[in-house]
Ligand binder design. Structure first.
Ligand code: FRU
Length: 498
């Protein structure tokens, strides 16, 4: 083990022990979401199944709760819900990655766990990003000594060498493929494809797609896979402009496109989406969802996970020893070409008590005592006939000074998350709204998965997702609602046993 890996592991063990030794610290962590073992995490990396175990890596800076020289954290799970923290997988300890081991992906081949990541370093005083490979056994990972395996020499046009990263690697037929994002000279983001017979020698195949029609400048963290007969590309574009109709917000977004990808020419033909007459769609409309990537579970389900935080709004409380968590892994499907996402079914194995009932229409605040908890899985069915003008307001983790509030306003047809009454006023981004139309039967279903410091909302059986994090002291846990819609609301909820 290198000196840097050793130091990172020592730091991780030290903080893990501190977190475990203090009940308060332990209670503040999410119970069924992967959270940073210590220090800072961002993007999920290398999400894969290897030897029947689920592996998740993450961008990691163990030494502080802020971004710094990137390592790869590592955890394994049997069921996507409970995670065992493993030794740190990669440290920025070679000449090609001494500026950081940036994001990447992994897959299993012939009993080996193959990782592709971006090595960052300086050349002539300028940052350079290049693609590297490491191979492991599920515990320790060895970097290729000839890294980087893909550099500017592989690409037949000029681009900005400081922005070439986030490889997605996979095997198909008798070849390996690797797709990475880069910034062209004209500042447009692009996705490029390479192929190899042996993981060592890589040839440029072509340009898959590039940023156009409002999909901003640089793209980050691509994923490419087949689902329900279509080729799907996931991207996280930076610096997007707000577009209310399409549900994009200013800054970093994560979008998907469907179409067909020809691996011999690299060309991707984007489909025009029927739901928005555009070639891309938002994946999750909340504040805290970025850099999603997917894997295939042993039973064939395609599962997606994302970083449940945002670059724009840092909300980790000052005294915390960790910053950053991942979303609940979500099963994704494409009925009629539209992405549906729902929490993996394994979460249901941890449900405990069931609370169901009716929230009557009333202007008065009502406390739902069964849900005065910081972890629950609750579904609410709203009737929203035409011309309805009322609201449904849910206050999670409420007390005199705090609450995380979700409001559905039938007049504006907007669902809003508001965290202005949370620690430090909820950071730079205090609230976000999304448009939600009732189903053809006039109903809206809201499933809310709450885990200590996050509320992920799945609307209409996974048609839309709305993910938001919040930090509120643990003592604050009343769950109250106000239902000024004309009809009653049915709810069915579960607490959890962890
Ligand atoms: C996305 C990202 C990636 C990069 C990583 C660095 O959140 O900017 O493009 O590889 O984070 O930590």
């Amino acid at each position: 083990m290198t000196h840097m890996l050793n130091n990172a592991n020592n730091e991780q063990n030290k903080i893990q022990n501190e977190l475990k030794a203090d009940d308060r610290f332990a209670e503040e962590r999410p119970k069924f979401h992967f959270a940073s073992p210590c220090g800072w995490i961002n993007d999920p990396n290398g999400f894969s199944v290897f030897k029947n175990e689920i592996h998740l890596f993450a961008q990691y800076h163990p030494y502080s709760t802020h971004w710094g020289p990137m390592h790869w954290a590592h955890a394994t799970s049997k069921d996507f819900i409970l995670w065992n923290i493993q030794d740190v997988a990669l440290a920025p300890d070679t000449d090609v990655d001494n500026g950081g081991c940036f994001s990447g992906t992994s897959f299993e081949k012939d009993g080996k766990h193959i990782i592709a990541y971006t090595g960052v370093h300086e050349e002539d005083g300028k940052t350079v990003q290049e693609q590297c490979i490491a191979i492991g056994d599920g515990k320790t990972y060895t970097k290729f000594c000839e890294n980087p395996v893909i550099t500017y020499k592989n690409i037949p046009f000029e681009y900005q060498r400081s922005d070439f990263r986030d490889p997605k690697i996979w095997a198909e037929g008798d070849k390996y493929f690797l797709a990475a994002v880069l910034k062209k000279k004209n500042n447009l983001g692009a996705l490029v494809l390479f192929e190899s017979k042996d993981l060592h020698e890589w040839n440029y195949v072509g340009l898959v797609d590039e940023s156009r029609d409002g999909l901003s400048g640089m793209w980050e963290c691509p994923d490419i896979f087949k689902l329900d007969g279509k080729d799907v590309i996931i991207l996280s574009p930076q610096e997007m402009k707000e577009d209310e109709k399409l549900g994009f917000h200013n800054g970093n977004n994560s979008v998907y496109m469907t179409g067909s990808l020809d691996l011999t020419s690299a060309k991707f033909v984007r489909e025009i989406r029927s739901e928005n007459s555009y070639t891309a769609a938002q994946i999750d409309y909340g504040i805290d969802f970025y850099a999603p990537q997917t894997t295939v579970a042993s039973d064939g389900r395609r599962i997606m996970i994302a970083w449940m935080q945002s670059w724009e709004s840092y909300i980790t409380p000052r005294k915390y020893l960790w910053s950053g968590m991942m979303t609940i892994p979500r099963e994704i499907n494409l009925p009629n070409g539209k992405l549906y996402q729902n929490p993996v079914k394994e979460i249901e194995n941890y449900r405990d008590k069931n609370f169901s009932g009716i929230i009557e229409s009333s202007a008065k605040k009502q406390v739902i005592s069964g849900l005065c908890l910081r972890q629950f899985d609750a579904e609410f069915v709203l009737s929203v006939p035409q011309n309805e003008e009322g609201k449904f307001i849910l206050n999670i983790a409420e007390s005199k000074d705090y609450s995380a509030t979700i409001v559905y306003d039938a007049k504006t047809k907007k669902l809003t998350f508001d965290r202005s009454r949370t620690i430090d006023g909820g950071g730079n981004t205090k609230s976000r709204s999304m448009k939600v139309l009732p189903n053809s039967d006039g109903k809206i279903k809201l499933r809310i998965l709450c885990d200590t410091c996050s509320a992920e909302v799945f609307v209409n059986d996974g048609e839309y997702a709305f993910t938001n994090a919040f930090f509120i002291p643990l003592e604050s846990k009343t769950f109250s609602v106000v239902n000024t819609l004309s009809g009653n609301i049915l709810y069915n909820a579960y607490s959890f046993a962890f």
